[in-house]
Design a binder for this molecule. Structure first.
Ligand code: COA
Length: 309
């Protein structure tokens, strides 16, 4: 769906969306597609890249806020679709930081020695939770999925450090208020549109910029890595101006920053793994490279993962 398509739905323009967000188009799932369907395709690609079969996976972590249904979990549905019969499976809700929270959790299981091969997937079908009459949000989001297999390795490559943070006092800035046990689905909740994404965009924007600038600097400092040693920054794709602010704070040239928001919009938990996949497949990541992944989203939550490829 392009910005021009959106011009026919709400009072907006390609110029406004491009200038304020960097988004030109976003992907929309088919009416019969749910989060597990997108997750399945991404997971199959990740398994094939890792040279593994579904039976080799012993844990599935599905990061999503747009799961197929309240329960069973999207991770369990995905397990069935994949035929990953040896896996335990659970969902993880950390909104846009979900994939990075998932990587952090996977790292803990592997370090503890209780799981060997973990499929971490971020999958979102946000288009089904967007109010297509609210120009403040409907232009921002898109659907997608990305996945990675995490396992123990010998040597220096892998996850160097992880950062996970949250501030639940600011949960109201970005949320879907209805459809849960607080405001159960009813004729009234549907009439009020409480099952749609609500965002105080400008406030969220300012906090995201401040928080991410601090997060990227602190993560590198903690690991005694200079910004110039970083091969690639892979940020959550919420707004090009937020991405640029973090890059500027590190004095990183934009060639060292993965940007694909123009094609996908904000795909929440799917955005970092989609960007990581594009970076790997396009040869932008080489062995021994330091890569910094970062994200910020509803909760509020924010997270970073420093990798050595
Ligand atoms: N088309 C045209 N005008 C629009 C619009 C649209 N799609 N959406 C909002 N506007 C208008 C507003 O109504 C407002 O008009 P007004 O000044 O007459 O009231 C004006 O544009 C400015 O709105 P504002 O919300 O202040 O713009 P902004 O510069 O903050 O940009 C966002 C809006 C949503 C793009 C930006 O705030 C954002 O990206 N927010 C955070 C996203 C994020 O990080 N999310 C967390 C991770 S998921």
């Amino acid at each position: 769906m392009t910005n021009r398509d959106l011009e026919t739905l709400v009072d907006t323009s390609d110029e406004w969306i491009t200038e304020r967000t960097g988004i030109k188009e976003r992907r929309i799932a088919a009416p019969n597609e749910a989060a597990s369907d997108l997750a399945c395709e991404a997971s199959q690609k990740a398994l094939s890249a890792a040279g593994l079969k579904p039976k080799h996976i012993d844990l599935i972590i599905a990061a999503t806020v747009t799961g197929d249904m309240p329960f069973p979990s999207t991770a369990c549905t995905l397990q069935a679709l994949l035929g990953a019969k040896n896996a335990a499976a659970f969902d993880l809700n950390a909104a846009c930081s979900g994939f990075l929270y998932g990587l952090s959790v996977a790292e803990c299981f592997i370090k503890a020695g209780s799981k060997k091969r973990i499929l971490v997937v971020g999958s979102e079908v946000l288009s089904k939770f967007v109010d297509w009459e609210d120009r403040g949000t409907c232009v921002l989001f898109g659907d997608g999925a990305g996945a990675a297999v995490v396992e123990a390795t010998e040597g220096e490559s892998g996850i160097i450090s992880t950062e996970m943070h949250s501030d639940g006092t600011l949960g109201g800035l970005l949320c879907i208020p209805g459809g849960g046990s607080r405001i159960p689905p009813s004729k009234d909740s549907v009439r009020d549109g409480s099952h749609f994404i609500k965002m105080k965009g400008n406030e969220t924007f300012k906090i995201a910029v401040r928080t991410l600038e601090r997060l990227v600097v602190d993560t590198l400092k903690k690991n005694k890595i200079k910004p110039s040693e970083l091969a690639l920054l892979i940020p959550h794709q919420a707004n090009l101006r937020i991405i640029q602010a973090a890059a500027e704070r590190l004095r990183l040239p934009m060639e060292k920053v993965l940007v694909n928001i123009d094609r996908y919009g904000n795909t929440s938990a799917a955005s970092v793994p989609i960007a990581l996949d594009e970076a790997v497949r396009s040869g932008r990541v080489r062995e021994g490279d330091y890569i910094l992944l970062e994200a910020f989203g509803g909760g509020l939550t924010w997270a970073a993962v420093l990798l050595k490829w």
